[in-house]
Design a protein around this ligand. Sequence first.
Ligand SMILES: [Zn+2]
Length: 220
Amino acid sequence: MTTMFKEEVECCVCGEKSSHTGIGSTNSFGSPDLDTRPPEMQRSTIYHWIQRCPSCGYCSSDLSKCSNNTKEIIKSVEYQNIVKNNVTPEVASSFLALSYEKEQSNQYSDSAWMAIHASWICDDENNSEVSTRCRKQAISLIEKANSQAQKIADQKGASEAIAIDLMRRAGMFQEALKLVALTQAKEIEEIIIQVIKYEEKLIELKDVASHTISEALGKE
Ligand SMILES: [Zn+2]
């Protein structure tokens, strides 16, 4: 069961108070997706992982907190364009806005994860065009993270496995296969080897749907 509560949060950018839903506790049954998206009930709590200030548009997991350059970034035309975009589902825009702020602060790993979260919201809305765009953005942010020695996952090969899944889901089959070959040549853990083998099979089938880690391990 998921328990939720209402809380009033004061925006650290403009001082406006707004009401948001917090998550007290949640649980999950089953396997995460190949891109680590959790199963239910945790899966659908994603809509409360981010808050948006109704006054200035600041998006954060906690509006009461900001870093030194937050105010400047929030005021930028680029940021406001992301927040006000009405083609992208609203919560996805909020994640993309946070992704932009993290990118501007050179936090490429966090930035990539926020773009991945945005893609999950678009999946829920069956908006494959925008979810593909979010995934492509996440892939380039992972590349930036790698170039700065920032890891998006701790386990050896996990970062590559996530990137391969993003590429497959975005229909970038050639790029995905290239990364499969590169990763298989590295020393990685057995579980990741199995996940990557399964990705290879899905890519051959040109399957762009979401699949779980259990499926990859032959447990379903
Ligand atoms: Zn505000």
